[in-house]
Design a protein around this ligand. Sequence first.
Ligand SMILES: NC(=O)c1ccc[n+]([C@@H]2O[C@H](COP(=O)([O-])OP(=O)(O)OC[C@H]3O[C@@H](n4cnc5c(N)ncnc54)[C@H](O)[C@@H]3O)[C@@H](O)[C@H]2O)c1
Length: 385
Amino acid sequence: MPRRRVRFGIIGAGLMGREFAVASARWPALLDLDVAPEIVAVCDVDPAAFAWYRERFPSVALYTHDYRELLASDEVEAVYCAIPHNLHAQVYVDAIEAGKHLLGEKPFGIDLPAYERIMRAVRAHPEVLVRVSSEFPFYPGAQRIVQAVQQGRLGRIIEVRAGFLHSSDLDPNKPINWKRRADTNGEYGCMGDLGMHVVHLPARFGWLPKNVRALLSNIVPERPDQQGRMVPCDTWDNAILATEVEAEDQSFPMILETKRISPGETNTWYLEVMGTERSLAFSTKRPRTLRFLEYRPGGEQAWQSLDLGHESVYRTVTGGIFEFGFPDAILQMWAAFLDELAHGEEMIGGFRCATPQEAGVSHSLFTAALESHRTSAVVPVGAGG
Ligand SMILES: NC(=O)c1ccc[n+]([C@@H]2O[C@H](COP(=O)([O-])OP(=O)(O)OC[C@H]3O[C@@H](n4cnc5c(N)ncnc54)[C@H](O)[C@@H]3O)[C@@H](O)[C@H]2O)c1
């Protein structure tokens, strides 16, 4: 299939930079897309980051320690920014003002003022496509929930629960890194790191929290640094947010949790929607399985489990009998970004990546959550982006 090539620069060549690079190399797995990324430039301040790319990506012509050099290159059409949160505002604004399409990592600004700074650039440059990285809604089970909500087949919503859970921080000897320091990760702590993943679909559905009562925990307040000295670990480990949603004609409770210390959990993303006529639940813990319950007044209540296999927004070579996993979700998210870049409103897939406005919902919520925890009060949530 003839394909339009979009020449990409990666700013931040760490964990997530490599995930995107690998997704671009898996592009032949996608069957119907007439657009593909090509990685032509890589930027990182750490010289050690380049060797992995040099060995695997001959298409990269520019390696630089200065992201401004990458943004100045006419060879670069679009950028993926996967850098520490304290750098988001400056680098994202510079990328947008340089006219580069941007997929920016969450939380999309270290705090609300940083987010608002990015939004001023977004609004000033409507010709640039700006989206936020959030891959879990591309899992087949999550997509089935999207379809059910959009078709309005739930009845009255009773309650929504969503979360993203990790556990490796249970180890008090795990060394500190930038994600566990407030100056680089942000005051939001685990909410900034994990929370956009949880807020993305509720925001897409228009389920906007009206207020929040937050419980935040700092369970491990010190960690060893690279030299083994104990230093402050001043970010929130866990957050439980009890919110009240007002959506169109109904209001309901929505419980959101983001936890770095949830014993036994490894990258568990889940969404549960309980309705009077239909309830649905999906967790990446059972990545191919959707659970649902259909109810008619007086009828029996039985949860059913449906194994969906490799059902994806964009068809791939992978057979439907196989299961779907994290790298597939990343590939599908990138397919959606490239699809929207090439086709705009006429995009083939129909499910766009998270928008900057949806990230705004998370910023308003997390800002209110900090105040709620500080004051032990229910705090109204601002309007968001
Ligand atoms: N979507 C997801 O599932 C997911 C998962 C993990 C992290 N993230 C997000 O991705 C972003 C990066 O996280 P990561 O896990 O890849 O971190 P990382 O530490 O593995 O990589 C970040 C890279 O940025 C580089 N860097 C720092 N300052 C820089 C600068 N001024 N210019 C260029 N490069 C610079 C670092 O040297 C490092 O290699 C964060 O916003 C994080 O929240 C998203």
